[in-house]
Design a protein around this ligand. Sequence first.
Ligand code: URA
Length: 215
Amino acid sequence: MKSQENLGKHDKMQKVSDELLDFRASPLFEYRTDNKYFPVIGEGSIDAKILFVGEAPGKTEAMTGKPFCGAAGKFLSVLLESIGLTREQVYITNIVKDRPPENRDPTPEEIALYSPFLDMQVQIIRPKVIVTLGRHSMGYVLPRYDLDSELDAISKIHGKTFETVYFDETNTPQPVTVVTLYHPAAALYNGGMRDTLKKDFEVLKKWLVSEVEPY
Ligand code: URA
């Protein structure tokens, strides 16, 4: 039963991946192909309880097709290890799946264009927790899941948890917690921010131990 369900999930994620590979509607498609870059779909467990959502791939990510594998990604791995998790136990993705030129911020149009893929990934993975990394991810996810009224400066709401629902493929509301964190890149040259992120990460520990479903 479980394996059939998983096969379905893998097939659905493959469909997301296939669509992104051929996403000619994106203004970033030509830049990707000209540079022989890859789209970065996401990586980790398709059954993860915790889904991390970053901003957009940087150069290292676009060259490998893997999310968060540069300097910020190394720190993300350290943060995960600090609460006893590996990257294989969670799912890591971005809102925008192609690299914007010169690492510029994704535009609102790019976020609008790519966000349906993230919405589909939420429905496929069915996470208990969506962790936003940085203000772009937070700025999309909070309003998307009916938390517009909670939107504030990231300096005010980092490390907070918000209860909401997402609608699954049968349009049934499913409870999910959104956790808003700083982007790990913000901590690269700032020791104070590193400590803040480490402390904020601790909030995720409560999903690691569950009597019903241990991680
Ligand atoms: N920054 C992001 O937001 N995502 C990545 O995958 C890498 C760096």
